[in-house]
Write a protein that binds this ligand. Structure first.
Ligand code: FUC
Length: 816
């Protein structure tokens, strides 16, 4: 039962077992009453400049379990600081007496493998198409509702694993308190002094060692005492083992509803979470479901977790084996060795890009205060911090072998989070990866490739059983089980183009990296996506254009009582990109010559972009925009063609760009977090840096950014963080039509700055510095040796033969 050790199972430095148990008893009994802590003295900013930091904990009271039901994380959670290794995540609250780490494992979702295709859908779809063709939109929506939507109508939510709580002895006066998140070192820290002793805590999530590490130290020996517990809203047993591990074993939550054939979607995943407590000096004791440490000099806690998820169709994995392997290996290393491996692994990714937009005195104030003051101006370094935070979040939530970043990345404290914390693929999942390529983190996209590979299987079933079509498809959402049938209701779900959009995210990766092995991997995915539309596009009666039907312009109702329509502009834009990219892929691989012709012919018959009477880019086939009930709708789907799509460009298609601009003006700047971020990218694409920056000011205000810099939809949704970072890049550098555009939308607020390591299509890596709004110097490294075309305003410089080894440098004079 008792153990005290430096090297866990060997040296037994037994201090009085009774004393430890007495402490345990006090903590268990008295730990429920929060003692008010008084904070004194102002801690200085952390030494690492790329840090989020605060002078108060996110919370410091006992955790109540189960937590009350609510829509989205509470006010404390959005002050806590996230760490993650791609698959394991923790939110660190930094309490002095009550430390809390809210934990996640990225395959812990509700439910079990299922296929939600409605067996009535296939027979009903011809009637739906007929009704849409006849303009009977509301009738079409009703029929879709009755016979086409998925069974069950909702997908399965992502869920919390639970919490690790550490309860320390009561403190009255706490001096020099500070907590921070160091983005360059990927670690959260807490430090303070109480009773004359300095305490520190460090938390990091290691990808190489597959554990979360918590390290506690004190300025004097024998000062660290606490009780550790695991708590969870999941169906789980929790125990403290004889040798001092905390273990939680359970089964995931049930999915809501039943399958089409009436089977309940009960939870079928088993999971285990385990904490190994490794004190140096002092004692360690198990007491009920708690582990108690008394009088230690320093303590390392290792957290591991896993579920039995193997694939979307196979839940036969062994969570205990994975957990025990990870803990066994990590426990043999020193904390210094664990940290070193973590930092080396993380920096390899993070350090590829630096961004300096200038600094000011504001940089020395706590992050929550900076957010409150950002809109007033004068804190360019906060924008750079926001940008690097997005890179940190992407590295921490999406790694080769992990699940893709979901609506909350991997951080979720709920059993039923907003929108299930799933993958919404009519914008949100794609937006998560907008900065991945340009911000030099291509490998964070591996999980998206894997997701699309899964969807190409489950979505082939949906294509066949629901549409009688070849290829594969996905509607507007998916989950851990790779469900692809339409959910939620016709207004949201009856949209066939989600899978096609995802394939363009993969194609982008090929354009950036030129990796032919990768092209071979994704070609079947693009081909299957195209095949589905070859089989399902219909002729629009007036012009005989080829269009999708049934479909909708994501989530936006048109004037006729529903959102259902034929051929919304966004679909046609996505399909133009898809048919272009799949044809080019086939050409480069030297395969499928007949299909290349077929795809090119179909592409030419897709409904074109149209300009409406108000000068706007039409959202639908008909000029309905000005009559639509939600004219300021958050989605700007028809502007996909401007960004991230390729249809519209200020130079190549100036008239359409002008129409897109008009649409954007009609929509207005104020929108939900992700929709605000999209607007930044769009204005940057239109070359209007000041407008883009103005919207960035709103995105980074307390209305759209929480104290921990998480994006507020509201509630928390991580896409805005990634979309915002992408928007900043689009202001500084764009690549399109074979050219790299330098400072295409530089706002007046960033007259002077410096960025290194951004990537552009064609395998280029760029360092760029500018002064007083003019390019000072640009250095381009060419990974593929392709011709380079650089543009700054009307000045163009080309290099026909680039060297893969010698970078090319231009000074500002050459680009004036
Ligand atoms: C789409 C958006 C919502 C939200 C949800 C997760 O449905 O329209 O605003 O972001 O995804």
């Amino acid at each position: 039962m008792m153990r005290g050790s430096a090297s866990r199972r060997s040296r037994a430095a037994f201090v009085a077992a009774t004393a430890a148990l007495a402490l345990a008893a006090t903590m268990l009994a008295g730990g429920q009453a929060a003692s008010p802590v008084q904070f004194a003295g102002e801690a200085p900013p952390p030494a690492a400049p790329l840090s989020l930091w605060y002078r108060l904990p996110a919370s410091d009271h006992p955790l109540v379990m189960p937590r009350p039901a609510r829509r989205g994380p509470d006010a404390e959670w959005v002050q806590a600081l996230p760490v993650g290794n791609g698959r394991l995540g923790a939110m660190v609250f930094g309490g002095v007496v009550h430390e809390r780490l809210q934990l996640n494992e990225d395959t812990l979702w509700a439910g079990r493998p299922y296929d939600p295709v409605n067996p009535q859908a296939k027979d009903a779809l011809p009637d739906v198409r007929r009704l849409l063709g006849a303009g009977q939109y509301a009738d079409a929506a009703q029929l879709v509702s009755q016979k086409v939507m998925a069974r069950p109508l909702a997908q399965m939510p992502y869920q919390t694993l639970g919490d690790l709580t550490l309860t320390f002895p009561d403190a009255t006066v706490v001096e020099q308190y500070r907590r921070d998140l160091d983005l360059a070192g990927a670690a959260a820290h807490v430090s303070y002094t109480t009773g004359g002793v300095g305490f520190t805590r460090e938390v990091f999530a290691s990808a190489p060692d597959d554990v979360i590490v918590v390290r506690l130290t004190a300025s004097r020996p024998g000062q660290i005492s606490f009780q550790a517990r695991l708590l969870t809203p999941q169906r789980a047993t929790i125990e403290a083992t004889a040798d001092g591990d905390l273990v939680m074993r359970g089964v995931n939550g049930d999915g809501t509803g039943t399958t089409a054939d009436g089977k309940p979607l009960t939870g079928a995943l088993r999971f285990e979470g385990r904490v190994r407590v490794l004190p140096t000096g002092g004692t360690l004791a198990a007491s009920g479901d708690a582990v108690v440490v008394a009088g230690a000099d320093a303590v390392t806690l290792l957290i591991a977790a896993a579920t039995s998820y193997r694939t979307y169709a196979d839940v036969s994995g062994d969570p205990a084996a994975r957990v025990s392997a990870a803990l066994g290996k990590a426990a043999r290393k020193t904390v210094d060795a664990l940290r070193e491996a973590h930092v080396r692994d993380y920096r390899r990714l993070f350090e590829r890009v630096t961004l300096d937009l200038g600094t000011s005195a504001a940089a020395a104030t706590p992050t929550d205060r900076r957010i409150a003051g950002f809109a007033a101006g004068g804190d360019p370094a906060l924008a750079a911090l926001y940008f690097q935070y997005a890179r940190y979040l992407l590295i921490s939530s999406s790694r080769p072998g992990s699940q893709p970043a979901n609506l909350q990345g991997i951080w979720n404290d709920s059993m039923s989070p907003p929108w299930g914390s799933k993958y919404t693929i009519n914008i949100n999942t794609e937006m998560n990866y907008w900065p991945a390529l340009s911000a030099n983190l291509a490998e964070t996209m591996d999980p998206v490739t894997a997701l699309v590979q899964d969807l190409a299987v489950t979505g082939a079933r949906t294509a066949r059983d629901m549409y009688g079509a070849r290829g594969w498809m996905a509607h507007h959402n998916t989950d851990l089980w790779r469900a692809t049938a339409p959910i939620d209701g016709p207004q949201w779900g009856m949209w066939p183009t989600g899978g096609a959009w995802l394939t363009q995210t993969l194609w982008d990766r090929y354009e950036y990296t030129g990796d032919r092995a990768y092209l071979r991997t994704i070609y079947p995915l693009l081909k299957g996506a195209a095949e589905f539309f070859v089989d399902t596009l219909v002729e629009e009666p007036r012009h005989q254009w080829l269009v999708t039907s049934p479909s909708l312009s994501p989530e936006n109702p048109h004037p006729f009582g529903t959102s259902l329509a034929m051929g919304p502009a966004m679909d046609q834009q996505i399909l133009r990109d898809l048919f272009a990219s799949v044809t080019q892929a086939a050409r480069e691989l030297g395969v499928d010559p007949e299909l290349q012709k077929r795809w090119t012919a179909i592409r030419a018959r897709l409904a074109p972009n149209q300009v409406g009477a108000a000068g706007q880019l039409q959202e639908w086939l008909e000029d309905w925009d000005m009559q639509a009930p939600e004219r300021e709708h958050r989605h700007v789907s028809h502007l996909y063609g401007l960004f991230p799509g390729r249809d519209i460009d200020v130079r190549r298609t100036p008239a359409l760009a002008q129409a897109a601009r008009r649409s954007l003006e009609l929509r207005g700047d104020i929108a939900t977090g992700w929709a605000t971020a999209w607007r930044i990218n769009l204005w940057a694409r239109l070359g209007n840096g000041d407008r883009a920056y103005d919207i960035l000011r709103f995105l980074m205000s307390p209305q759209r950014t929480y104290p921990n810099l998480f994006d507020a939809h509201p509630p928390f949704q991580i896409d805005g963080n990634f979309g915002g970072a992408s928007g900043m890049i689009e202001m500084l550098l764009q690549c399109d039509d074979g050219e790299i555009r330098l400072l295409p939308a530089l706002p007046a607020a960033w007259p002077t700055g410096h960025v290194t390591g951004l990537r552009a299509r064609g395998g280029f890596e760029i360092d760029l510095s500018w002064r007083d709004g003019a390019v000072e110097r640009v250095t381009v490294r060419s990974r593929l040796g392709r011709p380079l075309r650089l543009r700054r305003g009307e000045t163009v410089r080309t290099v026909e033969r680039t060297s893969r080894t010698t970078p090319i440098t231009f000074t500002g004079d050459a680009l004036r």
